[in-house]
Design a protein around this ligand. Structure first.
Ligand SMILES: Nc1ncnc2c1ncn2[C@@H]1O[C@H](COP(=O)(O)OP(=O)(O)OP(=O)(O)O)[C@@H](O)[C@H]1O
Length: 587
């Protein structure tokens, strides 16, 4: 058992994701007052230990500290459909989130093992997820990585209904660090990415509604609506393709899904309206529905009103009036006037401090909020700059730039590796980035074969006929791996380095590479040597005679020894004779 901080012990890994490993852990001591849940010694918890490359990134550590009080405040709300983040630990090189331990699978696994849900079941489950989103949005927090793997399922035993619990709040934002994600990989799930995120436009709480729509679609059909052979294809489909109503999806449920999947974020419903609409649909498409309930479900479109003032995600998109500064907002205060805005960086101080106003760059090290308080009248306002130096704007991700440029040119999009000297945020990596093991895109299995799990779970036999295997899962966008580090241009000017000729064959050599040719050559050479040795033995040894006499090797050798012994005996006798014939004392 390994300690994490002074208060927790890691016992056993529960699973691994893109941002870290989740462990079953145990509380050693009651946590301090800075924790949202102080807990009792011996209590079981789940502990997500962030990956090393995240933990070593100063931007991530800074964001982590800033997110602290946001996550803890969300935990304090104690929503039945949100996994509480009980405590956050930064110790040495370890960053960990301590959460409630949920005894149940995640929704991705559940779907994989049990197949799609009935429309009523899917609607009721998604309604609870929408409740969780409404609570989070009400606190100014956008999840940004809604997907079945981030929904844990409590209950479900002894006839209890499944209770979905949304987890990983804030993780997408933590991992969305320039040092980590810009240079190497995009943390997120392309199948669930909203069009505005794919295009690098400003993100709002509507991205979570889009994610909920995709999730609902997957729950009833077994696969998300937009697949593709590569990530960019999937992103393009999110941007430009209208989803089609699959067979078996009732009209009212499709109305809800279709509204959640609108390309324009403004046309998507708010989370609370979505929850209400889904419950209305579930009641109306139920086989025991009354005529009134059926009519209400048919008119569900009227319930799907959009959010009046959606929560904006700081640091996404481009600021107003062509300004290169991203729009910053004070989302929490407009809804939750509980004295937020007194952020301290979130570490070891006031747990009520607001940290949901994040400077985009996260590099100035200053605490959030800085005494700002939203008066509730203006949900959106630009962040004041800190001191004389304005915050450095974050540009779009390189793949966003490429997609935009390609769209402008009406050319097919291709991802080019990002040249590090061109990337203003490039820092020579201290260690190699680890790639997610499930990056390989498995082919969809044949209908009667077990489904290949894109998240790396062991294959299972499908339990329901109508469950379709998912499309080749574009689970995790791989940022192009940058080329090896080169000297910066200035230094190269001062001391020009000559390009080395690639080492290789001579010009006359056959340029074609034949696999195993080297081995074949070696074998032929050995054969030649054996032939020469054989020739020498055949001609210069008595081997031929032995063979002609029909004698075995052993007989020949023993004969040699007999002859030798005989010869030595004769020499001995001759010596004796000579000694006898010599006169006495003579030599
Ligand atoms: N609070 C928890 N209680 C019990 N199990 C959990 C808890 N949180 C996560 N898990 C389990 O740990 C595993 C890994 O979770 P993790 O959140 O790292 O996965 P992920 O969502 O696929 O990754 P990421 O969010 O980093 O992309 C999942 O299988 C999940 O079921």
């Amino acid at each position: 058992m390994r300690p994490v901080g002074s208060k927790y012990l890691l016992e056993e890994p529960l699973g691994r994701g893109a941002t870290g490993t989740v462990w079953r852990g145990r509380q050693r001591e009651t946590a301090g007052s800075e924790a949202a849940v102080q807990g009792e010694p011996g209590e079981l918890v789940a502990i997500k230990v962030l990956k090393e490359e995240l933990a070593h990134d100063p931007d991530v550590v800074m964001r982590f500290l800033r997110e602290r009080s946001v996550l803890l405040r969300l935990a304090a709300a104690n929503h039945t459909n949100i996994v509480r983040t009980r405590d956050l630990v930064v110790e040495g090189e370890v960053i960990a989130l301590v959460m409630d331990l949920i005894d149940g699978p995640d929704l991705h696994r559940h779907l994989y093992e049990n197949g799609p849900m009935t429309p009523v079941g899917a609607a009721l489950l998604t309604a609870q997820i929408a409740d969780a989103l409404a609570a989070a949005h009400g606190k100014g927090i956008v999840h940004r990585d809604l997907k079945p793997a981030n929904v844990l399922l409590a209950g479900g035993r002894d006839g209890q209904p499944l209770r979905p619990m949304l987890t990983d709040f804030g993780i997408a934002r933590l991992a969305d660090s320039p040092g980590v994600t810009r240079a190497h990989e995009f943390v997120g799930t392309p199948s669930y990415v909203a069009p505005e995120s794919a295009e690098g436009r400003e993100q709002t709480s509507a991205v979570d509604i889009y994610g909920a729509g995709i999730l609902l679609y997957e729950l009833v059909t077994g696969q998300p609506p937009f697949g593709g052979s590569n990530t960019l294809q999937v992103l393009q489909r999110h941007i430009s393709e209208r989803p089609h109503r699959p067979d078996g999806v009732p009209g009212p449920l499709w109305t809800v899904i279709e509204r959640c999947l609108r390309k324009s974020a403004d046309e998507r419903p708010s989370a609370s309206n979505l929850a209400r609409a889904l419950r209305t649909v579930a009641a109306g498409i139920n086989e025991h529905a009354t005529p009134e309930q059926r009519n209400a479900a048919l008119g569900v479109g009227a319930l799907l009103l959009p959010e009046a003032s959606p929560v904006r995600v700081p640091g996404t998109g481009i600021g107003p009036e062509g300004s290169s500064e991203p729009t910053q907002v004070l989302p929490g205060g407009s809804r939750d006037a509980s004295g937020e805005g007194r952020g301290d960086g979130g570490f070891g101080a006031d747990p009520d401090a607001a940290t949901n106003v994040l400077p985009t760059t996260g590099r100035d090290g200053e605490g959030e909020g800085g005494g700002r308080r939203d008066d509730g009248l203006n949900a959106t306002r630009a962040m004041p700059t800190h001191g004389a130096t304005p915050p450095e704007p974050e540009g779009p991700h390189p793949w966003e730039e490429q997609m935009r440029a390609a769209r402008d040119r009406n050319e097919p999009t291709r991802v080019q590796p990002v040249q590090q000297p061109q990337d203003p945020l490039y820092r020579p990596p201290q260690r190699q980035p680890q790639r997610r093991p499930q990056q390989q895109h498995p082919q969809p299995p044949a209908p009667n074969q077990p489904r290949q799990d894109p998240y790396g779970y062991p294959p299972q036999q499908p339990q329901q006929q109508r469950y379709q295997p998912p499309p080749p899962p574009p689970q995790q966008y791989q940022r192009p791996v940058p080329p090896p580090y080169q000297e910066p241009p200035q230094r190269r000017q001062a001391e020009p380095r000559r390009e080395r000729e690639p080492r290789g064959r001579s010009r006359g050599a056959n340029p074609m590479r034949i696999p195993g040719l080297g081995c074949l050559k070696g074998c032929l050479f050995m054969l030649l040597i054996l032939v020469v040795i054989g020739f020498l033995i055949w001609n210069f040894t008595p081997l031929q005679d032995w063979i002609a006499d029909g004698r075995s090797f052993w007989d020949t050798v023993t004969d040699w020894f007999d002859d030798l012994r005989e010869m030595l005996g004769l020499i001995d006798e001759a010596q004796q004779t000579v000694d006898d014939n010599l006169p006495d004392g003579g030599e």
